[in-house]
Design a protein around this ligand. Sequence first.
Ligand code: 4AZ
Length: 483
Amino acid sequence: MTSIASAPPYYENHGFHPENIYSTRQPVGANPYPPFSTNIPSVPSYVPRVATHQSSRPVAHSSGRTCTSTVKKIIIIILSILLVICCAIAAFFIWYFVENRCLGSLIECGSSGVCMPPSQWCDGVSHCPNGEDETRCVRLFGPDFILEVYSPISKSWYPVCQDDWNDNYGRIACKDMGYNADTYYYSRGVAAEGSFKSYMKLNTSAGDIDLYKKLYSSDSCASGKVVSLRCIDCGLSTRSVNIMSRIVGGSGAVLGQWPWQVSLHAQGIHVCGGSIITRQWIVTAAHCVEGRFSDPYSWRAFAGILNQNEMFLRDGYRVQQIISHPDYDTDSKDNDIALMKLETPLTFTDTIRPVCLPNPGMMFQPNQQCWISGWGAEYQGGKTSNNLNYVMVPLIERSRCNSIYIYNGMILPTMICAGYLGGGIDSCQGDSGGPLVTNKNSVWWLVGDTSWGTGCASPNRPGVYGNMTVFTDWIYKNMQANR
Ligand code: 4AZ
């Protein structure tokens, strides 16, 4: 077990990370349409050959007229084909401009039709014609989900004052973070901490204009309350956790205990775990979807089921899209995170529910109790488990995990260690991509995704997890760009 004698450092979130996010779709400017030939066959210049067999009608005397009518027919057919193609292209453009102006992972600048990659959104530099990429920047801060808006003028984040705020504004802010309107939970005022010196306030006399144009920075907030915004009812487990409860050294889970846990099957077998964050999005590890596993069609996600035996009898949810972190590094496991978008949204129940993404400003203590769950091997080299297992693992401070006798500098800022230096309890092969969660303020938060480790449950070789707080911003931008 880890014990830290001096003042405990924090695992602090820095929500505003300008990141290099490359589109997994078409490169900007690439022609998204299949090329079609403009080489319309010219009118044949040859004379049709006269059939020689007896039953044919003699055509020699009327060859001029026949030739003309054949040419006419060909022209009509070609024109008809061209007309159908033109109609199809026109229909596509109408759909594209009405429904979905920006192709691939691009985000539209307001309603200007100009599209920007997520990496240029809220990066402190204005790219959109009216600066929307810097003026529609919202985030939820800390364990109370305080809504904050970025001011490109002062280059800082401000909490939103509750004065004149309502759910309609809340829905807009949630949409701008990539959430769908159907999961909206609530917006309420909470007492502003003394640390807030300035606020974003609504200018109610500004009329029916864009929410962000109505917001201005102010040193006062009459209600003394700031907006706490929940875009989805996440982090609720309907079953309490038995702390001394195998994974390696854990115990069998009951239904509803880890309702965000999914089993990800590729070509019909359990390969990795994942965590539900919305009705359509699953967080998993980038190393789970590498190489031949990068094809969404080979995957199925199973939610709300404890036993692998039962999954083999079910259909599972099809995967529509896989977004792997563009800076994922196979060797170091830097940025080991990926998103899977399901073809059909999940129906939330007591046993199928989302976990909360950690907000910037959440502080996880060294030794903080966290839980891992999965169908991974129960001992090093074993086969995957039939039942879902779970176990408590404390966080291990990065500097300690990087010490020469543990991982000797291999723990990067995108990683977090958890487990026991004495060994015996750990995640293992097959748990990858699955959740490392903690309970804070009665909410379950996704602290990490199971990533790597040297063997399983060996002394001084704890489990290594993707540091989710670093990825929250990347997740929101990609959900928003692929709505
Ligand atoms: C794996 O290969 C794996 N002990 C997962 C977790 C750990 C090691 C390996 C950590 O999926």
